[in-house]
Write a new protein. Structure first.
Lengths: 241, 122
């Protein structure tokens, strides 16, 4: 087969939704395999590996993102139902929630506000454009919700997705180190903070380190998703009009 | 299994409709999450098919972020233009949020039981 044949074959294949879908699953499988090989080192994040592999493939083959997304949308679609499904792990934490409800509610609201306010103020002071500010604001909540919020307040959902994932990785890799330096030793507080600041990726990390930390992280992540989705859009429209 | 997935989709659809109808800035799936959570609180003992369906959707939750994340290829110009504020916000604000929240919670939560604290040398 000469090069023209391969090019023609790719042009044919890349137009099929099956190709985008297959590439997504294969790239993630490779990422997950590497993650396990590295002894679950958070730097070898399967999502990052998959995104890098696919981005390189698109660049090399000159395939537009829209063509890839024709197929990948079937995976993307599941973000909505998966967000609804978060109600189940949240429900499993009902007992913990009942025992310290006022403290937990206050902690989530506090963390949610610190996360978005510090992000927006810092990025604004360093000269970020308004679209970038709106894309960054919801970066500490899980991707589908963050993208929904960003869209509502005038951000770019694709940029938000990238920032959310990067936030998770920063929190999962550097977070425990910084909390050690700050002499914060309560597993419940540490897990809670991981969930508030770095959503699902932080929660996955917290579970690996300590079960109590993991449970509090999951709880904080779920509640922070709600707190941020219910406050940021209103605050944003109120402050920026 | 089908009934469980249908229930999850019904919750989401309800959320989307409510969000659209009342022009709420809250994403539809979040309203669906709240609805399902309230349903679980009322029912107390969730059916196993539902918890299994939810667990299956969430076990590879991170896979679902890949298509959106690949969208980074469309954002290269913006990333290049705003790389400093973006990097600073990602690193400094995330770690600041984490330390402040952990500090607040370690002061407010009831006293830790044995095993709930990181011991020295661990």
């Amino acid at each position: 087969m000469n090069e023209t044949d391969i090019t023609q074959l790719w042009v044919y294949l890349s137009a099929k939704p099956l190709t985008g879908l297959t590439i997504t699953l294969v790239a993630y499988a490779i990422g997950f395999w590497l993650y396990q090989k590295s002894d679950r080192n958070p730097i070898c994040n399967p999502v990052v590996i998959a995104i890098a592999l696919i981005a390189m493939l698109l660049k090399v083959t000159g395939t537009p993102y829209a063509t890839y997304f024709e197929g990948a949308q079937f995976v993307h679609f599941l973000l909505g139902p998966a967000t609804v499904a978060l109600a189940v792990p949240l429900f499993r934490q009902t007992e913990t929630l009942k025992r310290a409800l006022p403290v937990i509610a206050f902690g989530v609201l506090f963390g949610s506000l610190v996360a978005s306010a510090s992000t927006v103020i810092l990025a604004w002071a360093l000269g970020a454009s308004p679209e970038t500010l709106a894309s960054l604001a919801p970066k500490s909540v899980t991707t589908p919700v963050a993208m929904g919020i960003a869209e509502n307040i005038g951000g770019v959902p694709a940029l938000t997705a990238v920032c959310v994932i990067a936030t998770g990785i920063v929190g999962a890799t550097l977070g425990p180190m910084v909390m050690n330096m700050a002499r914060l030793k309560d597993w419940r507080a540490r897990g809670f903070a991981m969930g508030v600041a770095s959503h699902g990726i932080g929660t996955a990390r917290a579970f690996q380190v300590n079960e109590t930390a993991g449970a509090f992280s999951g709880l904080a992540m779920g509640l922070n998703t709600l707190a941020t989705a219910l406050t940021i859009p209103f605050l944003w429209h109120w402050i920026f009009g | 299994m089908i009934a469980a997935f249908a229930l999850i989709l019904v919750c989401q659809l309800f959320g989307e409709v409510v969000s659209e109808l009342f022009d709420l800035p809250v994403p539809g799936p979040v309203i669906g999450l709240v609805l399902l959570f309230i349903g679980l609180l009322i029912k107390r003992k969730p059916p196993k098919v539902l918890t299994d369906a939810a667990d299956n959707l969430l076990i590879h939750f991170s896979l679902l972020f890949v298509p959106a994340g690949v969208g980074v290829v469309t954002q290269m110009d913006r990333l290049k233009g705003d790389w400093l504020p973006i990097t600073a916000a990602l690193v400094i604000s995330t770690l600041l949020t984490m330390v402040l929240t952990a500090f607040l919670m370690s002061k407010l939560l009831p006293k830790a039981k044995p095993g709930e604290r990181l011991e020295d040398g661990q």
